[in-house]
Ligand binder design. Structure first.
Ligand code: NAD
Ligand code: ZN
Length: 357
C-alpha cells in the first residue's frame, strides 16, 4: 500500500475583511520591475471590489471572461501576452469563482513551463514550479482554492493540470466577497461542495482523513441549505469553510458518479460544473439514496430550478461522446463503485442515465 503524499496550499488567511491584508501579504513577493497580475472575474468590472485591489508600480488588473469554463487556448493566450509584455512577473492573483482561480493557477504554471497548457493536462506532467500564485474565492463550493488541479478544456479532453506545483502559495478566504452572488449560482456552486462530500463519504477510497473533513463540510452545508436556507453573513462564513473542508476531503479520496457523468455533459454541451452536477445528482437515487433525497429537499427549500430534458434530442454519436468522456474518468468510477466498476457501469446503463437528464 502506497499512501499519497500531497502538497497543500502554503498560507491561508480566513476572515471577513481579510482581503484588506492583501497588500501586506503580497509585498514580500514583489520583484523589482515585475508586476503583480490580478486576474479578476469579469463580473467585478465596474464594481467596487477592483478599487480595493492594492495596485503598486506596474501592477495590472486583467478581467477574465468566465462565460465558458477555462480553456487551454485562453490560458496560453493570457500567459504569452504577459510574457511578451513583461518578460517575467512577480505573481498572479486570481479573484473570482472556481473558473477564475483555475485560470490563475494555470497561467502561473505556464509563465515558467514551455509549450501549451494542453501538454500538461493529466497527472504530474508539470515539471517546473510556476510564479507565485494567490487564490481569492468570490463563490464558495468548488474547493478549487485548496485543490492540486486546475480543470481545463483542451483540444482533445477536459482534464486538469494535476501536479504538486498546482496548489496556490496563498489563499485569502474572505466570505464578504461572496455576498452578491445570485441565489441560483450560490446554490449550484454550494451544491458542488455538498456533492463532493457525498461522493467522498460514500466512496471506496474513504479514509479517516477524508472522512473528518467530509463530515465537517457536510455539517456546514446542512446548516446553510437545510436549516437556514436563506442568505446571511453567518451562512456565507460557513459555506466558505465548507468549500475548504470539502476540497480537503477529496484531496485524499476522489469524487464519484455525479462528477463522472457531469464531465460528459460539460464536454459535449458546455454545461457548467455546478449546475451540471445538480442536473445529474437529481437522478442518482440508485447510487446515493440518502444524499439525493436530501439534495431534492434542499432544491425545494431554497426554491431553485434544476433544468431537465437537456439530453433530449441528442443523437447516438453525441451520447457515445459523452459516454466516452465519462468512462475515461476511471478513478472516479473506481471510487464510487469499487475495483470491478466496469462490470457494474456498462455503456448501456450509462446511456440510460444520460437519457434521463
Ligand atoms: P464560476 O467561477 O464559473 O463562476 C460562475 C458565475 O458566477 C460567473 O458568471 C461569474 O462571473 C459569477 N460570479 C463569481 N463570483 C461572483 C460574485 N461574488 N457575485 C456574483 N457573481 C459572481 O463558478 P464556480 O462554480 O465557482 O466554478 C466552476 C469552475 O470551477 C468550473 O470551471 C470547474 O471546472 C472549476 N472547478 C475546479 C476545481 C478544482 O479543483 N480546480 C474543482 C471544482 C470545480
Ligand atoms: Zn466539483
Amino acid at each position: 500500500m502506497k499512501f499519497r503524499n500531497f502538497k497543500l496550499v502554503g498560507y491561508v488567511v480566513y476572515g471577513r475583511g481579510s482581503f484588506e491584508q492583501l497588500d501586506e501579504i503580497l509585498n514580500p513577493h514583489r520583484k523589482a520591475g515585475q508586476p503583480m497580475v490580478f486576474l479578476v472575474d469579469h463580473y467585478f468590472e465596474g464594481k467596487s471590489l477592483p478599487n480595493r485591489i492594492p495596485l503598486r508600480d506596474n501592477d495590472i488588473i486583467l478581467y477574465v471572461d468566465v462565460t465558458t469554463e477555462p480553456k487551454t487556448i485562453y490560458v496560453d493566450e493570457l500567459a504569452s501576452r504577459l510574457k511578451q509584455e513583461f518578460g517575467s512577473i512577480s505573481g498572479v492573483i486570481g479573484i473570482g469563482g472556481g473558473s477564475t482561480m483555475d485560470l490563475a493557477k494555470a497561467v502561473s504554471l505556464m509563465m515558467n513551463n514551455p509549450g501549451s497548457s494542453a501538454d500538461y493536462q493529466g497527472w504530474d506532467l508539470v515539471k517546473v514550479p510556476g510564479v507565485y500564485k494567490v487564490g481569492i474565492p468570490t463563490l464558495s463550493g468548488t474547493g478549487a482554492e485548496v485543490s492540486r488541479t486546475t480543470v481545463l478544456t483542451g483540444p482533445t479532453k477536459k482534464l486538469g493540470m494535476n501536479s504538486d506545483f498546482t496548489p496556490f502559495d496563498q489563499i485569502v478566504l474572505d466570505p464578504e466577497l461572496t455576498k452578491d452572488a445570485p441565489a441560483n449560482q450560490r446554490f449550484y456552486t454550494g451544491m458542488d461542495c455538498y456533492i463532493h462530500c457525498i461522493e467522498s463519504l460514500e466512496g471506496t477510497f474513504l479514509n479517516e482523513f477524508s472522512k473528518s473533513y467530509g463530515e465537517k463540510a457536510l455539517e456546514l452545508c446542512r446548516k446553510v441549505f437545510v436549516e437556514k436556507a436563506m442568505w446571511d453573513e453567518e451562512s456565507d462564513d460557513q459555506l466558505m469553510m465548507a468549500s475548504y473542508a470539502g476540497g480537503m476531503s477529496i484531496a485524499y479520496s476522489q469524487v464519484g458518479v455525479a462528477h463522472a457523468v457531469s464531465y460528459g455533459l460539460s464536454y459535449l454541451l458546455g454545461t457548467k460544473h455546478g449546475i451540471g452536477n445538480c442536473i445529474v445528482m437529481n437522478h442518482l437515487e440508485e447510487f446515493y439514496p440518502a444524499g439525493v433525497k436530501e439534495f431534492k429537499y434542499m432544491v425545494e427549500k431554497n426554491k431553485i430550478d434544476i433544468p431537465a430534458g437537456i439530453c433530449s434530442g441528442l443523437n447516438d454519436d453525441q451520447f457515445n461522446k459523452m459516454i466516452d468522456v465519462s468512462m475515461g474518468m476511471k478513478p472516479l468510477w473506481e471510487n464510487a463503485l469499487g475495483k470491478d466498476w466496469e462490470k457494474q457501469m456498462t455503456r448501456d446503463r450509462l446511456r440510460a442515465l444520460y437519457e434521463k437528464l
